[in-house]
Design a binder for this molecule. Structure first.
Ligand code: NAP
Length: 348
């Protein structure tokens, strides 16, 4: 199969670098184009980028010349990791010019005609695309992936939808890599907890309802569950951990809930998409797991790990969930979205 050429908007930033690494040796996609601001345009990627990830910059990307983020000569499929202050207009310009923009930025996620995808959960929300194109007169399209903590929460909740989710309270312990580079000052985060991440609680609440909502012809009816999020930054490098309490209408047994987590599969698993984990949700029996340092990177960082299911005296059940914030919460999520688009024929 001939590989599909792809580009990255915002390739020099932290998330851009995760895209570069995640796309290395991808069986379907080949990175041919990198874009960034006019501060970087015209330079070789190796000169424009301070490589912050483990290991060395992939050789095949180092010599690419960074381009301005203009649609002109970019490949049809572009991943977006641009600064939120510029993503709205630039992503729109690309979609208007016929590009398929698979965005990691928050800017378009909550627009009613833009799919906010977790391919295991709501692949049917891709049906918003014809509506998006009609409404906006675009030849291209924008699809988005959720915020890095929302994706973990929704992967944990999706198997429980069959029991009727009515209330959710989630408290996060979010890694510092989620704040990008240089992120939170070391004087603030060392041996400390910061009980505020700007805009994060609202994103978790609204995005969760959209992702778990029902597609209704030209829009998504949000899940009618109350979702309350408390978001905290903790001194962990990678991996967002969260404790979750849920109220379920059909009152399943503990065994039924664990079976639901374990049996959960989606379209990416059925179709064997290259970045899909074998099982999207992994239930762990050990009473002190999952833990970010030990578990976040398992399954290439693409699964959600759950443990400590037990009765909740306020709601019905409580448990712990964990996911890799820069892989399943950013670059890996967007690449899986693009694989879903390809398997649905959107890239033909
Ligand atoms: P970052 O390190 O600051 O990178 C920003 C990127 O945007 C750089 O490549 C930068 O290029 C480019 N850029 C800035 N201004 C531009 C312009 N006018 N035109 C074109 N490109 C421009 O930020 P980040 O942490 O990677 O985050 C990128 C996006 O992902 C943000 O929207 C963020 O909210 C989202 N996100 C981040 C994380 C995370 O873990 N950090 C997780 C999920 C989502 P130059 O190098 O040339 O300045």
């Amino acid at each position: 199969m001939q590989k599909i050429e792809v580009g990255i908007l915002g390739a020099t930033g932290m998330v851009g670098q995760h895209f570069v690494r995640f796309l290395q040796n991808h069986p379907w996609f080949e990175l041919k184009w990198v874009g960034a601001s006019d501060r970087s345009a015209g330079k070789k990627y190796r000169e424009a980028t301070s490589w912050r990830l483990d290991g060395v910059m992939p050789e095949e990307v180092a010599d690419l010349t960074v381009q301005e983020c203009k649609p002109d000569h970019a490949p049809r499929l572009v991943f977006s990791a641009m600064d939120a202050s510029v993503a709205t207009e630039i992503e729109r310009a690309f979609a208007e010019a016929g590009h398929i923009v698979v965005s990691n930025s928050k800017n378009h996620r909550m627009e009613t005609d833009v799919p906010l995808l977790v391919p295991e959960i709501n692949p049917d929300h891709l049906q918003l695309i014809p509506h998006q194109q009609r409404l906006r007169g675009w030849k291209g399209q924008i699809v988005t992936n959720p915020n890095c903590s929302t994706v973990v929460l929704t992967m944990a909740l999706a198997p429980l939808k069959r029991f009727g989710i009515s209330k959710v309270v989630v408290t996060t312990m979010q890694a510092i890599s989620g704040a990008g580079y240089p992120g939170v000052a070391s004087m603030d985060i060392n041996a400390n907890v910061i009980p505020f991440i700007g805009g994060e609680e609202e994103k978790m609440q609204q995005e969760t309802q959209k992702i778990l909502g029902e597609f209704r012809g030209d829009h998504v009816e949000p899940l009618a569950a109350a979702v309350s999020a408390h978001c905290n930054r903790v001194p962990v490098v990678d991996g967002h951990t969260m404790t979750v309490s849920v109220e379920l209408s059909s009152k399943p047994s503990e065994q039924e809930v664990i079976a639901a987590f374990r049996e959960f599969r989606g379209v990416p698993q059925e179709r064997g998409l290259p970045s899909a984990p074998a099982a999207p949700v992994i239930y762990m029996e050990d009473r002190d797991r999952p833990q970010p340092r030990r578990d976040a990177c398992r399954d290439r960082g693409m699964a959600a790990f759950i443990g400590r299911l037990r009765p909740c005296p306020v709601f019905d059940y409580k448990f712990v969930a964990l996911g890799h914030n820069t892989i399943r919460g950013a670059a890996g999520a967007a690449v899986l979205n693009a694989e879903l688009l390809s398997s649905e024929g959107f890239l033909d």
